[in-house]
Design a protein around this ligand. Structure first.
Ligand code: AMP
Ligand code: GLY
Length: 437
């Protein structure tokens, strides 16, 4: 076991609901010295330092001056090489290096690694040329999924149903460069039917352990209808993943990838499950949002001790194995009017104290403080988490708390925690949708 200094100072990078959940748990650690969040949101106000999440040198200067162990929430700083920059200055940051972060930063790279590790995934081709891409997709009657190769803040995946849709998407990405460099190359893949689950793993560069599963409700409207979003709510554990399937994900998907790429950090596997068969939709090189808001409240370990154990000693000891509450967590995302498109900000939020007194954990995402008030500051504003003996109980207490919170233009789904709709509905409702944070 890694023997730790008395206390560890932590710099947590990011500003979403995922980071509020991580800060909430890290602040409870018996080993925490000072906790700083860069730049954070109104929920993490007492920990915030005003350094942007992509200001890698600024973050490294801060970590050096304050002797911090750094934990990174979002993918952007990882894909820009935060961990490499920190290592070159002898600083510890928990996460993958830039090359490994390409598992999320380049969809074509991820697909090639999956192919070389025999990881089950949709068949695919990679294109930079519009005419060739069009010809390939028309040979599939337009029943394909088009993905911008690069980082697109969740707006780069298009599930299509006919050639006209595909043409529009391809023209936008490859010709008009609607997503800039991120869309100059595309992956076109087979459209899979099934139900989705999110699987998180903690990886030490050689081995991996599961770090919780969740169901993410991606569509804007009840019944899994409407445009894709960054996630309208989650529950943990995942509704559709059995414990045998969890072992299969570790053995047949995560471990081969970790060994091939020497991946260290959190690895998120987005899965499609169809007739009991698993297929990888995507990898992310960080935890999911809003999955984290349901996973973290179920974690029984001291999060800081767990992460430092993995960072300094790797997986092996009892301390490096995550332990979970048998309870179920359900988190409902409350968002601003217009999300996932353009939204207003500055709306005064009321009722957070009442929801918290009722037992809910309120995680902030797009919020800021103005005078004495919390106000909205983005699309997804809060996630309201409840944890209970059963999903049904967690769900009803989460919604009881949601009803206590309001602002002008607030919107949430009313069926988070319900069973996902079947494979056919799931895909039909997802036509030509793009997702957004
Ligand atoms: P991704 O960011 O790659 O996970 O894609 C976002 C969403 O698009 C996924 O959560 C799925 O709902 C959908 N999707 C992605 N790839 C496929 C696929 N090959 N077949 C069907 N749906 C997909
Ligand atoms: N909830 C999906 C993601 O974090 O990418």
């Amino acid at each position: 076991m890694h023997v730790q200094a008395e206390k560890t100072n932590v710099l947590l990078v990011g500003s979403g609901g995922r980071e509020h959940a991580l800060a909430w748990k890290l602040s409870q650690s018996r080993s925490i010295g000072s906790l700083c969040v860069a730049p954070g949101n109104a929920g993490t106000a007492k920990f915030n330092v005003p350094i942007a999440q992509d200001d890698i040198e600024g973050l490294a200067d801060f970590a050096e001056e304050n002797d911090c162990f750094t934990v990174v929430g979002p993918e952007d700083p990882l894909c820009y090489g935060l961990v490499d920059a920190f290592r070159s200055r002898n600083l510890r940051a928990f996460g993958p290096r830039k090359e490994q972060a390409m598992l999320e930063g380049s969809k074509s790279y991820a697909k090639k690694i999956m192919a070389s590790c025999k990881v089950p995934t949709a068949t695919f081709e990679v294109f930079e040329d519009y005419e060739q891409a069009k010809e390939f997709s028309s040979s599939r009657n337009g029943e394909v999924v088009v993905k911008a190769d690069g980082l697109a803040r969740g707006k780069g995946v298009f599930v299509c149903s006919n050639q006209m849709e595909v043409d529009n998407v391809l023209k936008g990405l490859l010709v008009q460069r609607s997503l800039g460099e991120a869309g100059k190359r595309v992956v076109i893949e087979e459209k899979l039917l099934g139900q989705e689950a999110s699987f998180m793993a903690l990886c030490d560069g050689k081995n991996a352990v599961g770090f919780g599963t969740a169901t993410d409700y991606k569509q804007l409207f009840d019944g899994d209808k409407g445009p894709n979003t960054g996630g309208m709510g989650s529950c943990s554990p995942a509704i559709v993943l059995s414990s045998d399937q969890e072992s299969e994900v570790l053995e047949k998907i995560v471990n081969p990838i970790v060994q091939k790429t020497a991946f260290k950090g959190f690895l998120y596997v987005g899965l499609m499950i169809s007739d009991g068969k698993l297929s990888v939709l995507e990898f992310n090189v960080r935890l999911g949002d809003p999955e984290t808001q349901s996973i973290i409240p179920r974690l029984e370990n001291d999060l800081l001790d767990l992460l430092t154990e993995i960072e300094y000693s790797g997986i092996g000891s009892e301390e490096s194995i995550p332990k979970w509450s048998s309870k179920t967590a359900c988190s409902v995302v409350m968002c601003s009017q217009g999300y996932p498109g353009k939204t207003d900000s500055g709306m005064i939020i009321s009722g957070i104290d009442e929801a918290e007194s009722d037992g809910a954990i309120v995680f902030h995402s797009g919020t800021r403080q103005e005078n004495q008030n919390f106000v909205t500051n983005g699309g997804r504003v809060l996630s309201i988490c409840a944890i209970d003996e059963s999903l049904e109980k967690a769900r009803s207490s989460a919604y009881r708390s949601v009803e206590k919170i309001s602002w002008r233009g607030e919107y949430h789904r009313s069926d988070i925690g319900r069973k996902l709709s079947g494979p056919i509905d799931n895909v039909a409702s997802n036509r030509i949708s793009s997702s957004a944070r």
